[in-house]
Design a protein around this ligand. Structure first.
Ligand SMILES: [Zn+2]
Length: 136
């Protein structure tokens, strides 16, 4: 994992976000919704490429780090760059989880769990609606 140059922060009003994003993207990124498992467009995506934030376009994950976790959402072992995501403790829904956010637009992406494969042992469980694949 490397530290990459950070782009300027993106700050928009909720009305602006609502205009730019699809209802599903808005629900996930801005309202921290979780899409239904096995419903997202990238769960079984195998094309090589880079996954960027659906809100602001910041690079988030590489297809090389994607693995089939069977959990129903796109899963990654690590982000493209450590400083492109923020992690926060999330105690909603009666669980203690670690929330993953885009560091540029503060959009909600998903959660990270410590049951992933080697080498990181991490599973970044990310909503398809928060991502856009740029195929190579
Ligand atoms: Zn973003």
């Amino acid at each position: 994992m490397s530290e990459a140059k950070t782009m300027p922060k993106v700050e928009k009003s909720e009305a602006e976000w609502r205009k730019e994003l699809t209802p599903m993207q808005y629900a996930v990124l801005r309202e921290k919704a979780t899409e239904r498992p096995f419903s997202g467009e990238y769960e079984h995506e195998k094309r090589p490429g880079t996954y960027v934030c659906a809100g602001c376009g910041q690079t988030l994950f590489e297809s090389d780090a994607k693995f089939d976790s069977g959990c129903g959402w796109p899963s990654f072992t690590q982000p493209s760059a450590g400083n492109h995501i923020n992690e926060e403790r999330d105690i909603s829904h009666g669980m203690i989880r670690t929330e993953v956010l885009c560091s540029r637009c503060n959009g909600h992406l998903g959660h990270v769990f410590e049951d992933g494969p080697t080498p990181t042992g991490l599973r970044y469980c990310i909503n398809s609606a928060a991502l856009k694949l740029q195929p190579k």
